[in-house]
Design a protein around this ligand. Sequence first.
Ligand code: NAD
Length: 366
Amino acid sequence: METITIPYLTGDGVGTEVTPAMITVVNAAVRAAYGDERRIAWQEIHDIEEFRPHKVGIKGPLTTPVGSGIRSLNVALRQALDLYVCLRPVRWYAGVHSPLLHPERVNMTVFRENTEDIYAGIEWEAGTPEAQKFYRFLHNEMGVNKVRFPETSAFGVKPVSREGTERLVRAACRYAIEHALPTVTLVHKGNIMKFTEGGFKRWGYELAERDFADELKSGKLTINDCIADAFLQNTLLKPETYSVIATLNLNGDYISDQLAAMVGGIGIAPGANINYNTGHAIFEATHGTAPDIAGKDIVNPCSIILSAVMMLEYLGWKEAGVLIEHALEHSFQEGYATADLARFMPNGHVLSTSQFAAQLAERITH
Ligand code: NAD
């Protein structure tokens, strides 16, 4: 018997409901797909540092502490393991309510850069000695005279590097080739921010032409680019144009949530943070701890369940993931879902979180 140990962090709030639901469904799928040949040994952990010795893990949502100087555990985890890709696949399941006329045309995978950009946290509050010092440096040493209100300006720095861009775009291109997807689109604001966002676009093209010359020549891979604002419009007007998206951190934040809303909202959007060089990959629910509904057994567990499907694929246990996806498809088509989705379904049957997980496990088993 092949046993893989998977560390998991239950998370706060609704984490205590969605995480056990996910484990129930995954165990049923692994048993149905592999019988006695494969098994997951789940190891509960209580601190993100405990992920480190393992390559692959999964987590529920964590409360972000409020207050200055306290780092979010999510951000700390990404930084500690240098998880440079935030991977967010977006597809629609028949039966799920969508604001689009043709949600079936949405099938995209977003590679969001996770370690650079304005998210690096290099900023100074308006009116502080640091902000004034930074302004004096800009003005006196760099000859910058474009700051409209220097006395009351806050400042932030946006680092974007060739190395950071290359590893992100390389991962996106490899994913497109491995999954036989037609294009990688570099989404950027290079028309305005010529050296940071424009650098991302230029380095992205150069990397693809250097590392994937054969695939580009044979037509196995196509790379193009789109300005972020036009891209957001196009995702609504002609979503079928896009398959794999590579983008910087801030654009990726907006894009991932818009795309999630187009196919059913954050309750169903999966995600992972990955370092393809070390192999570290932490799969996660993309929603928060939902304190308003915690403890009521009504939360939708699909986000973490679909993240587990991504994890199974990453582990090479694809068959088990496919069983879960099929069970979800059938469940939604028949209108069985948690309240957030079932209330929009014409044939909707509202199930609690635990009932929903149990009926998925039942569908997988029989
Ligand atoms: P949230 O995602 O927790 O909730 C936003 C709204 O969506 C709420 O009305 C909630 O009930 C609903 N919702 C969220 N997930 C749902 C699901 N699976 N099924 C049904 N409804 C769902 O966002 P928030 O309220 O802004 O944040 C609450 C806490 O979670 C904060 O501490 C925040 O920092 C944290 N958070 C953590 C993560 C993470 O760990 N990855 C992500 C986002 C927010």
